[in-house]
Design a binder for this molecule. Structure first.
Ligand code: FES
Length: 347
């Protein structure tokens, strides 16, 4: 039935989906409603001096409560565009169950296309979130744990530690690397140390304390959990392999992009489960048509929005303005989007 309605809306209403067509109407009495997303209401936004933003939101009742360590995709609308970023939930599941609230701690990049918008959010506003995702949760193991965090990678560990009962038998050591004077939540870590009998932590700086090799090597008999930049993970993963130590991780890395349009570069485009080799010279619409992919097209110049599509990941350039997109999920128009990195579109 839904497929039929979507097909009718494409042909008769020139809109990608039936529910999308009615979205503005539904939003009049249900603010922030979007098909395929959960709604959440902003309860509190606080900007901290060390360039981080704390966002407390109240997900709608239907939202399935997360496990400590999981993340969500957060979607906001800005200038008519939907922007999505993925953030780990920095609060324990009990808070979501008892008060229907979750906390996100986000590194605020002043000129970042997404995070700079968060500081403009106000209490009571609605935004959209995904269901909780990810497998980075407390492992079921009898071994002691080493938690290795880099920068904002502290957030899943805060959620995990806060979800532990005071009489937890887990012996946990947290190694937390950050730039000088940039460690987040020092007070909360100290409180956790006071309340959990088998927990200890070390605030480390790479310049002063060196990398994590010595710490990890002397704790090879424990189970390692790593969250932080890709370089931190690579180092830990290589050691874990060498020492035959169990390791779980969540890590982030930048999407490599070709920023100059003058030189031709080969990239990949994934669409409906198929991957094509494309270049950075033409629009995504041209590439999809050249590969005989089904697309809805109208004006071909960014006006009618009929070629609208969800980019799951990758960076595209708006050929009218030269503006680069974010690397994560976002609504784009195929006819005016030129790839500058490998791109994946939604099915
Ligand atoms: S075809 Fe009209 S906006 Fe792309």
């Amino acid at each position: 039935m839904r497929a039929l309605l979507n097909s009718l809306s494409k042909h008769l209403l020139h809109h990608q989906s039936w529910s999308g067509y009615w979205e503005p109407v539904v939003q009049c009495f249900k603010p922030g409603w979007r098909e395929g997303y959960f709604r959440a209401q902003v309860k509190h936004v606080q900007v901290f001096s060390e360039q981080s933003v704390e966002l407390v939101i109240e997900p709608e009742k239907a939202w399935p409560v997360h496990q400590a360590g999981q993340h969500i995709a957060l979607t906001i609308q800005t200038n008519g565009r939907l922007l999505t970023r993925v953030f780990t939930i920095a609060s324990e599941p009990q808070l979501a169950r008892q008060q229907r609230q979750i906390r996100l701690l986000i590194r605020s990049q002043e000129f970042g296309a997404f995070t700079s918008k968060l500081t403009n959010l106000r209490s009571g506003q609605w935004l959209n979130i995904s269901e909780p995702k990810g497998q980075f949760v407390m492992p079921n193991t009898a071994r002691s744990l080493i938690m290795l965090a880099g920068g904002s990678g502290i957030t899943p560990f805060i959620a995990m530690l806060k979800s532990l009962p005071a009489d937890s038998k887990h012996t946990i050591t947290l190694l937390y690397y950050a730039k000088p004077n940039s460690h987040w939540l020092k007070d909360e870590l100290e409180q956790l140390k006071q309340s959990l009998s088998n927990f200890d932590y070390h605030l480390l700086e790479r310049n002063k304390d060196g990398d994590a090799t010595t710490w990890l090597t002397t704790n090879a008999h424990k189970h390692w959990l790593v969250c932080g930049p890709a370089a931190l993970y690579k180092q830990a993963a290589a050691l874990a392999k060498q020492l035959n130590t169990p390791i779980d991780s969540e890590h982030f890395s930048a999407v490599p992009a070709v920023l100059a349009t003058s030189d031709k570069h080969e990239l990949t485009l994934t669409h409906q489960g198929k991957t094509f080799t494309i270049d950075n010279q033409q629009t995504l619409l041209t590439h999809l048509q050249a590969n005989k992919q089904p697309v809805t097209v109208g004006c071909g110049m960014g006006i009618c929005h009929q070629c609208q599509c969800v980019k799951k990941q990758g960076i595209v350039r708006d050929i009218r303005t030269g503006e680069l997109s974010d690397s994560s999920e976002q609504l784009i128009q195929l006819c005016i989007s030129q790839p500058v990195s490998d791109v994946e579109l939604s099915a």
